[in-house]
Design a binder for this molecule. Sequence first.
Ligand code: ADP
Ligand code: MG
Length: 170
Amino acid sequence: MSQPSRTSDLVCTIASEEAMVHFAAHWASVIKPGLWLGLSGDLGVGKTTFVRHMLYALGWASSVKSPTFTLVEPYALPNLKVYHFDWYRLESPEELEYIGIRDYVQSDALVLVEWLERAAPYFYAHGDLLFTFSYHNEGRQVTVSALSMEGERCISTLRGVPGFLHSFLS
Ligand code: ADP
Ligand code: MG
């Protein structure tokens, strides 16, 4: 039986923070409960900013703090639970067990992980999409890779949006 063809990485140029707002809103429109998104890239490149705007697009109306010190910030939206992790301060991958990571895995929640590299095997066992952020001229570049069939579905849906890749150039 032939395998379904894999979509290739989506490379997006995000010219400004305003463009990042639109980019995050597009992703908010395709994500589903249970998906795990990894956010990779240097400090200050925009990972938390992306999460903040995705949460606003999903209907969150209050503040969005970086979970650097708390490891996780939960958000209860009317139809969706979101767990925003930052694993930067993890001493070891085993620490995830202490914070009860199994409860997050079992819940029907959207999971967003900054600094997934601190426990990469754990992330990749669950991950659906990997967003790699980098600095690019005055703005940012974000390369999105699918890690699962569900992740591929999100990428192909957005690829089908007319002018998607050109929406963030200004
Ligand atoms: P990280 O979580 O990757 O460490 P943050 O999102 O906390 O980064 O910080 C990104 C910083 O860069 C914010 O101060 C934000 O205002 C700024 N910024 C400037 N341009 C952009 C852009 N195009 N996208 C995202 N953030 C941007
Ligand atoms: Mg951050």
